[in-house]
Design a protein around this ligand. Structure first.
Ligand SMILES: Nc1ncnc2c1ncn2[C@@H]1O[C@H](COP(=O)(O)OP(=O)(O)OP(=O)(O)O)[C@@H](O)[C@H]1O
Length: 359
């Protein structure tokens, strides 16, 4: 799959921009704040219907304008896919595929697989567990629509259960039977989510380990572990055990909405004990593993976006990444970097066709 052309109107700092891409490697180079990441984000926007960096859609409209349009022509399995994503201030966003607007944006997800690696991914290491759950859920949902539906149903039941716990506390009352209805539903949806997360991670973790070894030259010992209380108990008994606690807290303290991933280097949390380069390598391995997983699930080679990934990596690691990109049949790649010379010398080593856009 590849993106052939991109045109932007009033998207972030671009009033108007037209770009035609190389089928393999495209690099955006230029000074800080010039708009390199904004172009990458526009590509992400076309594939996912939203920005990777700014979830408030209206803030992606260029200051002083009242709409944006992103227009891209992709080629997937020898078919042209023309995607237009537009937003007018105070209106709903519209995403059109070959001239036809989607009723549900969720239907667009998965059509154009893409993996992005950006400095913002550091949140996966430093932020709370929600970011890591979102990562797993995002990867699984792209190839499994029923997982996404289960997740939506589960989250709805959790908020209803929380509202009920609050109601009980406010009115100094309690009804075991009403709560049991929610517990049953949480158990049904939650067990399915737990099963799919477990199966996903069983195949994902070895790919991740392989990628990390390839990036670092097998010099470090890292681990990625799925943490869930459902590993040792079913959700119904967990809910029953934590009933007194939940009533006191007025929210549901156990369930798959509390699952996490633990990231360790030499058996210590990478958040506290990993260097910046080690953390970056860990994130790149995580995203490369996502790339391979998505490729095997969808049969389509995702677009790969590498936003500013070379900073803080030593020459060895950069050269291992180049070897990986060379060997492993990656498809179209978009790269941003502030150093034009560094980028050119790196992409030359990839031995593929490339285009450099100086912004
Ligand atoms: N809605 C908007 N309207 C106008 N300009 C915007 C808007 N949103 C962001 N910008 C501008 O976009 C610029 C940032 O662009 P971007 O993040 O793409 O830079 P970059 O080239 O990747 O820089 P760096 O090398 O520092 O990462 C900033 O100057 C910012 O003010």
């Amino acid at each position: 799959m590849q993106l052939r052309q991109l045109s932007l109107i009033n998207y972030k700092n671009f009033e108007s921009k037209e770009l035609a891409f190389d089928a393999k490697i495209n690099c955006f180079v230029g000074a800080n704040g010039i708009g390199k990441t904004n172009i990458l984000d526009a590509i992400y926007h076309l594939c996912f219907g939203k920005s990777y960096f700014n979830p408030v859609s209206s803030q992606n409209i260029r200051h002083g304008s009242d709409f944006f349009v992103i227009d891209g022509t992709f080629e997937k399995e020898n078919r042209e896919e023309k995607i237009v994503c537009s937003l007018k201030k105070n209106n709903k966003k519209i995403i059109k595929r070959n001239g036809k607007a989607y009723d549900r944006f969720a239907d667009h997800i998965g059509l154009l697989p893409l993996v992005i690696i950006s400095p913002a991914d550091r949140d996966l290491i430093i932020e709370g567990s929600e970011t890591r759950r979102k990562f797993i859920d995002g990867v699984i949902s792209q190839s499994d629509k029923s997982y996404l539906q289960n997740l939506i149903n589960y989250n709805k039941v959790v908020s209803q259960r929380n509202a009920l716990l609050k109601y009980f506390a406010a009115n100094r009352t309690f009804n075991k039977d009403t709560l049991a209805v929610y517990d049953e539903q949480m158990h049904t949806y939650g067990s399915e989510i737990f099963k799919k997360r477990t199966t996903f991670l069983e195949s994902f973790i070895p790919i991740f380990q392989e990628q990390y070894k390839a990036i670092t030259g097998n010099t470090e010992n890292v681990s990625l572990t799925y943490e869930s209380k459902l590993k040792s108990n079913d959700l119904l008994s967990l809910l029953s055990k934590s009933l007194d606690k939940d009533r006191a807290l007025q929210y549901t303290s156990v369930g798959v909405h509390k699952d996490d991933l633990s990231f360790e280097i030499s058996e210590y949390p990478i958040k506290k004990f990993g260097s910046q380069g080690q953390q970056k390598s860990f994130l790149i391995a995580l995203k490369f593993a996502q790339f391979h997983f998505m490729k095997s699930q969808s049969g389509t080679t995702p677009i790969l976006i590498l936003d500013d990934i070379f900073d803080k990596l030593d020459e060895n690691r950069v050269s291992h990444i180049i070897t990986l990109v060379n060997n492993e049949n990656f498809g179209q790649i978009f790269i941003s970097d502030t150093h034009a010379d560094r980028t050119e010398s790196i992409v030359k080593k990839i031995h593929q066709s490339y285009k450099i856009f100086k912004l």
